[in-house]
Design a protein around this ligand. Structure first.
Ligand SMILES: [Zn+2]
Ligand SMILES: [Zn+2]
Length: 107
């Protein structure tokens, strides 16, 4: 949905442009697309975990030496991912068996 810069009326698509139904001002559709692009750029760490190949935790081993920040549950599925450099400790990805919250830890 796009609104007119001049009079704040709702605009409708006309070819490659958006046209104000009230005052006739035109605006490029690109303004809308640019806004969507920015929102996908602003990904959080959670989104990265969500879209990783290891996102399916069910059936994975569970760790009982953890506590979920969200619900206090003491059990979580986990996967271990070795980082590119062997010098660094592997990263553990957890998913709470109770509420499904995901987080990462370093062992
Ligand atoms: Zn207008
Ligand atoms: Zn939880």
């Amino acid at each position: 949905m796009q609104f007119c810069d001049e009079c704040s009326s709702m605009m409708h698509a006309s070819g490659d442009e958006m046209v104000c139904s009230s005052c006739g001002a035109t605006q490029s559709k690109d303004a809308d697309r640019a806004a969507e692009f920015v929102s996908t750029e602003a990904q959080t760490d959670d989104d990265v975990i969500e879209s990783s190949p290891d996102a399916d935790f069910e059936g994975k081993p569970t760790a009982s030496d953890v506590t979920c920040d969200a619900c206090g549950n003491g059990e979580a599925w986990y996967t271990i991912k070795q980082t590119a450099s062997a010098d660094e400790p592997p990263t553990r990805f957890f998913k709470c068996t109770e509420c499904g919250k995901r987080w990462r830890g370093y062992s």
